[in-house]
Design a protein around this ligand. Structure first.
Ligand SMILES: [Fe+2]
Ligand SMILES: [Fe+2]
Length: 382
């Protein structure tokens, strides 16, 4: 009898010890694993790298009648974009590529086919917005230009690269917790840009529906001026900035998840301006001296950008430099701040090469808020 009681007590103690061990250890481990997994999701979400290609202006070169090299190096545009794609494919951990418009010389059908063929060689997803040179120009034949495709043709050509259906605008999540919006700032018959009310409404609604995601907006035209000429309108430089940029910025400023805006169009070295905690970037072109693309990395609540030279023949590089300098104050890329004098030349080169801008980082104060939002979301799931 006493032996049975003793045996029962031993079994009960063992059971109790096992249960305690199970609750403290097994469940604890599972919980900490779950927490680790959740934190790695949020870490993963905000640690990523992407590349930006802008203004490749593809022009297939076939004969002496084909467009040749100018400030835009048309004759070498194909090889410059091919080299860019090759280089990006070599970089580890690039998650996606943003292409900021002016894909072609002037939307010629053969150039549309060629740019698509080259971009399709990218080994990661790429997303496209249109530039002013990608939509048909009214009466293009009167300007001694080739035929050009319509905006709709471009939208259908690049389905699955942002575009989904007939709309000129799009949004998607290239990574969990990261949101990318593409706007179409092109106008028919004007190289300036505009975002109409329909797109503004889409933008506001989309940002409303994606409040907890780190958001990048891309469009061809700038939302802020980077030089004085864009403010004064000298040489029509005001057309680099979207006509209703203030209206678009006011929508973006309402939403703290908007961290970065990417634009092309300007063909100067990559640089940014901060306004109301949003970093507004203009990105270098692959076809104008000094022919570059840009790598962005988001890590530890910092956004680092690095502009890279497109590998090319020394002769191409020298010709591009010469073509950029061989302009006058009435022709892009010069303006009165860069006259044809030694100091004007060097200030123009500074604008194009921007050695002080070639690499840098942006401390995104909004990123902390976004992190908090994301954590709140994941904790909620838990
Ligand atoms: Fe361009
Ligand atoms: Fe442009």
């Amino acid at each position: 009898m006493r032996l049975r009681k003793l045996l029962l007590s031993v079994i009960s103690i063992c059971l109790l010890l096992f249960l305690t061990f199970y609750i403290i250890h097994i469940k604890g481990v599972a919980r900490s694993e779950k927490l680790q997994r959740l934190s790695s999701i949020s870490k993963k979400t905000l640690n990523f790298k992407f590349a930006v290609i802008s203004d490749p202006h593809i022009s297939v070169f076939k004969s002496s009648k084909s467009p040749t090299n100018e400030v835009k190096m048309f004759k070498d545009s194909v090889s410059l974009l091919e080299s860019t794609v090759k280089e990006i494919n070599k970089i580890q951990d690039i998650k996606f590529v943003c292409v900021l418009g002016d894909l072609t010389k002037d939307a010629e059908p053969w150039n549309v086919d060629k740019v698509k063929e080259i971009l399709d060689r990218l080994q990661v997803p790429y997303y496209v917005v249109l530039g002013n040179h990608d939509v048909s120009v009214v009466d293009s034949h009167l300007k001694n230009m080739g035929p050009s495709v319509t905006r709709s043709t471009m939208i259908w050509t690049f389905q699955g690269h942002g575009f989904s259906g007939p709309n000129r605008w799009w949004s998607l999540d290239p990574l969990p917790g990261v949101h990318l919006i593409g706007l179409d700032s092109t106008m028919i018959g004007d190289w300036g840009g505009y975002i109409d009310n329909k797109q503004l409404k889409f933008l506001e609604k989309d940002l409303q529906n994606n409040k907890s995601k780190f958001t990048i907006v891309m469009l061809h035209h700038q939302l802020l001026p980077y030089t004085k000429a864009e403010e004064t309108g000298e040489n029509n430089f005001n057309k680099f900035v979207l006509y209703n940029s203030k209206q678009v910025r006011e929508v973006l400023e309402k939403f703290p998840q908007v961290a970065v805006v990417l634009s092309g169009h300007r063909h100067i070295s990559t640089r940014y301006k901060m306004e109301k905690s949003i970093a507004y970037f203009t990105c270098a072109s692959t076809v104008t001296y000094p022919m570059r693309y840009t790598i962005f990395e988001i890590k530890d609540w910092k956004l680092t950008y690095t502009t890279k030279d497109v590998p090319c023949d020394q002769k191409v590089w020298e010709e591009a430099r010469k073509n950029a300098l061989n302009t006058n104050i009435n022709t892009w890329p010069r303006w009165s701040a860069h006259p044809n004098t030694p100091s004007g030349d060097s200030s123009l080169l500074e604008e194009l090469e921007g050695p002080s801008f070639q690499k840098g980082f942006v401390s995104l104060t909004r990123l902390k808020d976004i992190m908090r939002l994301l954590n709140k979301r994941y904790n909620h799931i838990e």
